[in-house]
Ligand binder design. Structure first.
Ligand SMILES: NC(=O)c1ccc[n+]([C@@H]2O[C@H](COP(=O)([O-])OP(=O)(O)OC[C@H]3O[C@@H](n4cnc5c(N)ncnc54)[C@H](OP(=O)(O)O)[C@@H]3O)[C@@H](O)[C@H]2O)c1
Length: 326
C-alpha cells in the first residue's frame, strides 16, 4: 500500500486530494497544525465524510523539526505540499508570515525529504499568481513570471526551490502551476465562494447586497475535484516536471457573478455593490492558462464547466444556510 503525506489537508485541495488518494487505495497522512478550535479544523474532511480515514500528524510548515520527525515516522512514498497562507489579499497584511509559511515552508518540506526520505516523490502547489503582470496573453510553462503580491513572491521562491532540489539532488520534485480552482469547499473569503454564499443569502432573504472589489479582473477557473487528479498524475510520471493546470477559458468576475445570480433568478445589478476598499494594492488583471502540456504528457483536461461549478457551489451554500436555520 502506498503512503501519501499531505500538508494543507484541512484546506480545499487537501480534502479533495485525500478523498481521491483514498479511492486509489493509499494510506493518507495529513499534517495538521494545532488549533484552539480543533473541533472545526477538519470541517472540509467531514463534509466529504473522510475525517476518520485520514491519519492525522501534528506539525507546522514553519517548524522544520516537526517535518523531519513526520517524514521519518510516516516514510511517505509521495508528499503533496498544499499548505500555505493562501489568500492573496491577506499577504499584504502579513507579508512576512506569508513568506515563512508559503515560501520557506516549502523549502522546509524539501529539506526534510532530502534528509530523511530522498526517494519520496514531491508535489509543490505553485500558482498562476506567479505570472502576475502577465508577459504573454496565454500563460504556459515557458512564460516569464512577474509576481504582484507577497503571496506570489513567496510562491515563486517555493517554485524555484522545487526546481532547484530536482536539479541539485535528483529528487522527484514536480510543480503544478495551478490556475484558480474552486468548489463548495473553497474558503469563504475567496471571490467565487463569496459570490455563491452572498447570492444564496440574498435568495433566502438573509442579506440584501453583495460587496466586491474589482469585478473587471479575469480568471481561468476550474474545479478543485479535477485539479487534484492532475497533482497525482504528475507524481506518477517517470520524470518530474512542471505543468500548467488550467481550463484555457478566462472570464471576468462580473460574468462569473452573473452566472450565480441568474441561476437563482435574481437581478445582479440590483444587489451587487463595488467597494474600493476591497481592491488589491497591485492587481492581476488577467490570468489565462495554456494547459496543452498537461493534456499531452498527463492526458489531463478540465471537463467541469464554470457554469456547472458555480451552480454546484450555489446549491451547496443554499443547503448550508437552510441547514443552519433548522
Ligand atoms: N485554490 C486555488 O485556486 C489555488 C491556485 C493555485 C495554487 N493554490 C495553492 O494550492 C494550495 C491549496 O490551495 P487551497 O485552495 O486548498 O488552500 P486553503 O484552502 O487555503 O488551504 C490551505 C491549507 O494550508 C494550511 N496551513 C496554513 N498555514 C500552515 C502552517 N503554518 N503549517 C501547516 N499548514 C498550514 C491550512 O491549515 P488550517 O486549516 O489550519 O488553516 C490549510 O489546510 C495552497 O498552497 C494554495 O496557495 C491554490
Amino acid at each position: 500500500m502506498k503512503r501519501a503525506l499531505i500538508t494543507g489537508v484541512t484546506g480545499q485541495d487537501g480534502a479533495y486530494l485525500a478523498q481521491f488518494l483514498l479511492t486509489k487505495g493509499y494510506e493518507v497522512h495529513g499534517l495538521m497544525r494545532r488549533s484552539s478550535a480543533a473541533e472545526v479544523v477538519d470541517a472540509k474532511l467531514r463534509w466529504l465524510n473522510i475525517h476518520n480515514d485520514i491519519r492525522e500528524v501534528d506539525g507546522n510548515l514553519i517548524d522544520l523539526s516537526s517535518l523531519i520527525r513526520i517524514i521519518r515516522e510516516v516514510k511517505p512514498d509521495e508528499v503533496y505540499n498544499l499548505g500555505a497562507q493562501s489568500f492573496v489579499k491577506a499577504s499584504w497584511n502579513q507579508p512576512l508570515l506569508t513568506g515563512q509559511v508559503t515560501g520557506l515552508g516549502a523549502a522546509n518540506v524539501l529539506e526534510a525529504i532530502r534528509l530523511e526520505r530522498p526517494e519520496a516523490r514531491f508535489y509543490q502547489a505553485s500558482s498562476s499568481e506567479m505570472y502576475g503582470l502577465i508577459q504573454e496573453e496565454m500563460q504556459s510553462e515557458k512564460t516569464p513570471f512577474y509576481p504582484r503580491s507577497p503571496y506570489a513572491v513567496a510562491k515563486l521562491y517555493a517554485h524555484w526551490m522545487t526546481v532547484n532540489y530536482r536539479e541539485s539532488y535528483g529528487m522527484h520534485a514536480s510543480s503544478g502551476i495551478l490556475f484558480n480552482h474552486e468548489s463548495p469547499l473553497r474558503g469563504i473569503e475567496f471571490v467565487t465562494r463569496k459570490v455563491t454564499d452572498g447570492v444564496a443569502r440574498i435568495k433566502l432573504g438573509l442579506s440584501k447586497e453583495l460587496r466586491l472589489g474589482n469585478i473587471d479582473a479575469k480568471r481561468d477557473w476550474g474545479h478543485s475535484r479535477e485539479y487534484v487528479q492532475a497533482m497525482w498524475l504528475m507524481l506518477q510520471q517517470d520524470k518530474p516536471d512542471d505543468y500548467v493546470i488550467a481550463t484555457g477559458r478566462t472570464t471576468t468576475v462580473r460574468d462569473m457573478c452573473r452566472i450565480a445570480f441568474s441561476y437563482v433568478g435574481l437581478d445582479m445589478d440590483a444587489h451587487l455593490k463595488i467597494d474600493s476598499a476591497l481592491f488589491r494594492p497591485a492587481e492581476v488583471d488577467v490570468l489565462f492558462g495554456n494547459p496543452a502540456k498537461a493534456k499531452e504528457k498527463l492526458g489531463w483536461t478540465a471537463k467541469i464547466t464554470l457554469e456547472e461549478m458555480i451552480h454546484e457551489m450555489v446549491d451547496a451554500d443554499l443547503a448550508r444556510l437552510r441547514n443552519a436555520r433548522t
